[in-house]
Design a protein around this ligand. Structure first.
Ligand code: SUD
Ligand code: ADP
Length: 289
């Protein structure tokens, strides 16, 4: 039996950092949502006990640095699984982009192996195991829309935003999440209204959502890579209702409700940015079947 799993990307509609913790991580408060841009993970049982990564993407590690490899390892070690698995990753999410591609591959591997190895774990149990791999993995285990706190691993599901288009534009640079957090000046932060964003989503107020988008990491990445600021300006100039960098960047996303304006923004950005996508928000949490 072979198992196929979708691994969707996320965007951060609001991202605040409260303080630096004694363990070196930052205490965050963010609103995240999954979008319809996804990697495809195929899990194929092996006759030996090895974990093998198969990927055609040269930026994706094919050894134990791969987060999907680490997900399989956590399950094998925790439950004493003897069977090996080949994990084939078809990459559609840009790498090191602030879209949690690696974390989502790990989360999809957890969900898929739960099925392949008949472990019978709940999403809560998979999310707890996922936290060992990375801060964004628990959110990716659930999908949908949620408030994430702690270092990002404490997840509280909320309603999904009203229907709209998400346009993503990724400049051809990769950003290190650790470096962005390291360069954040905690005493100079202008905190976004995360609670206001949650209220706006719960009341399906699209205009308020657009007004309240904010990300404290944006300024850090913008300073290192001015082209990100340029993309954000262009996104707005072409007519996006809101524009913001996702996570630690460098991808910028724009929100728009009208199909007519979508085409104009998409074409305008394609003029100077290689990777542009127009996708929908995915409202539903993942199910276990
Ligand atoms: C910024 C965010 C926003 O969703 O996303 P991305 O830009 O990576 O997509 C996340 O907080 C990224 O989560 P993730 O990429 O899973 O981070 P991890 O692997 O756990 O940590 C990578 C490094 O980032 C820093 N880090 C991460 C999370 C956090 N709350 N505080 C931190 O200081 C630490 O230096 C850590 O060593
Ligand atoms: N399955 C994977 N897909 C993509 N990158 C991965 C994967 N596993 C490990 N990585 C490593 O994780 C780093 C961050 O990648 P990614 O998760 O795409 O970005 P981000 O944390 O910005 O959302 C990459 O530089 C890559 O070397």
């Amino acid at each position: 039996m072979k198992v196929l799993v979708k691994a969707p990307a996320k965007i951060n509609l609001s991202l605040d950092v409260l303080h630096k913790r004694p363990d070196g991580y930052h205490e965050v408060k963010m609103v995240m949502t999954t979008i319809d841009l996804a990697d495809r993970i195929e899990l194929i049982p092996r006759s030996d006990d090895a974990i093998q990564i198969i990927s055609q993407n040269r930026f994706v590690p094919d050894d134990d640095r791969n987060l999907a490899y680490q997900a399989a390892k956590v399950l094998k070690d925790t439950f004493g699984i003897k069977q090996g698995v080949a994990i084939s990753i078809t990459k559609n999410i840009p790498v090191a982009a602030g879209l949690a591609g690696g974390s989502s591959d790990a989360a999809a591997t957890l969900r898929g192996l739960n099925k392949l190895w008949r472990l019978g774990l709940t999403l809560d149990e998979l999310a707890e195991l996922g936290a060992q791999i990375g801060s964004d993995v628990p959110f990716c285990v659930y999908g949908g829309t949620a408030v994430a706190t702690g270092r990002g691993e404490k997840i509280m599901p909320i309603a999904s935003p009203p229907p709209c288009w998400v346009i993503l534009a990724k400049p051809s640079i990769g950003v290190s999440t650790a470096e962005v957090y390291r360069n954040l000046k905690l005493d100079e932060i202008r905190h976004p209204d995360v609670d206001g964003m949650v209220e706006a989503i719960e009341s399906q107020d699209y205009a308020a959502i657009c007004k309240l988008v904010g990300n404290v990491l944006e300024e850090v990445t913008l300073k290192m890579h001015p082209e990100v600021a340029h993309i954000k300006e262009q996104m707005k100039r072409f007519g996006a209702d809101a524009a913001l960098m996702s996570g630690s960047g460098p991808t910028v996303f724009g929100l728009v409700q009208h199909d007519s304006r979508l085409q104009r923004i998409y074409n305008g950005l394609r003029g100077f940015c290689d990777q542009v996508f127009a996708v929908r928000i995915l409202g539903e949490q993942h199910s276990l079947d």
